[in-house]
Design a protein around this ligand. Structure first.
Ligand SMILES: [Zn+2]
Length: 348
């Protein structure tokens, strides 16, 4: 479980979107990967974005921030308003159970930034934010499509409510449930090639939040964003992450699409996979969401194991990985490690 995207944004510059830990080394997966391909972390990483505040997208972000000296940290503006900072102050008092990964990570980041006193390293983002717009040999641009203004306001209200509750009892559930509405979906273009990165942005039926807001606010037209041929499917391929218009208006017909599993809720489901496969030329998942559940042992063996081990997990587990390379002649080269799964409608 966990999602991290590293994006080469041209001329040796890299951008990291979300963070998760390698199950074996417990290091941020982006560090391991970028170092393995010879990227100088302190020089070449220009930005780190936490698209939203959930443990499958934030673990290890503070370690990344400390290693990438040149990188600016971006997160949804919802975390930077007065109410959110009040909440951060409460974290210091240890009211919350320290087992909450989101909080540990958030506190690390806030503490690191206040130690460095470098205000320029932290930037809040919402819809229409431009991360960069390089006019190099190949024009390269990254913009935020969400969160919508209404989603930000809603999130403020729920954070304020949480802050009020504090001091009364220790609580685990401090992350507002509307967090996925604050997720930062992105549009990246590199010359004629465009990518839609859906983060965990969901659809609730409210025209002013989620995917609907992107269409209703005319963000695509206003920023003249070209249609994309590659889609990081939002919210681990779930039904709530789906919107007809994404496929009709933001993407070419039968694009290449991919996502990461969220194993705790077995996402994407078989139905989700079927639907996404039919809409795509290829649909890829970094790892089969059912993979760890398929190990069937005899009842007696299972009982014996349960009686001796409180907690069992796979050791030396590797994270699934997909690599997409856009070649100068306009082709897409797809590769992945042994966990990546490809569903295809391609006729051989
Ligand atoms: Zn997620």
């Amino acid at each position: 479980m966990g999602e991290c995207i590293v994006l080469h944004v041209g001329e040796g510059r890299w951008f990291i979107i979300d963070s998760c830990l390698c199950p074996s080394t417990k290091q941020p997966i982006a560090l391991n990967y970028l170092q393995s391909i010879g990227v100088d972390l302190s020089e070449q990483v220009v930005g780190i974005l936490i698209t939203h505040w959930h443990s499958d997208h934030i673990e290890g972000a503070s370690t990344l921030l400390k290693a990438c000296h040149n990188a600016k940290l971006y997160c949804s503006i919802a975390l930077l308003k007065k109410e959110a900072l009040q909440l951060a102050a409460l974290y210091k008092k240890d009211i919350f159970a320290d087992t909450d990964k989101e909080i540990r990570e958030f506190r690390e980041i806030i503490e690191f930034l206040s130690e460095t006193k470098d205000r320029n390293r932290f930037a809040p983002v919402k819809n229409r934010h431009t991360f960069f717009d390089y006019r190099n040999t190949v024009p390269t641009r990254l913009v935020a499509l969400s969160p919508s203004d209404v989603a930000v306001t809603q999130s403020m209200a729920s954070l304020a409510e949480l802050a009020e509750k504090q001091g009364k009892r220790r609580t685990r559930n401090v992350v507002p449930t509307s967090e996925n509405l604050n997720a930062v979906a992105l549009h990246f273009s590199f010359g004629n090639f465009s990518v839609l990165l859906g983060s965990d942005l969901e659809e609730t039926g409210n025209p002013q939040t989620g995917w609907s807001a992107i269409f209703n606010d005319q963000i695509i037209n206003e920023l003249s964003l070209p249609i994309a041929s590659l889609f990081k499917v939002s919210h681990h391929g779930s039904e709530t992450g789906y919107h007809d218009k994404i496929w009709q208006e933001l993407l070419i017909e039968s694009p290449l699409s991919m996502t990461t599993p969220y194993t705790r809720s077995s996402l994407p489901t078989a139905d989700n996979i079927n639907k996404l496969q039919n809409l795509s030329f290829h649909f890829l998942i970094t790892k089969d969401p059912q993979a760890n559940k398929r190990i069937k042992r005899e009842n007696m063996v299972e009982r014996e194991l349960r009686s001796i081990a409180k907690d069992r997990r796979t050791i030396n587990e590797k994270m699934g990985h997909i690599q997409i390379r856009y070649t100068s002649d306009g082709a897409l080269n797809i590769s992945g490690n042994e966990h990546a799964v490809k569903f295809t409608t391609e006729v051989l």
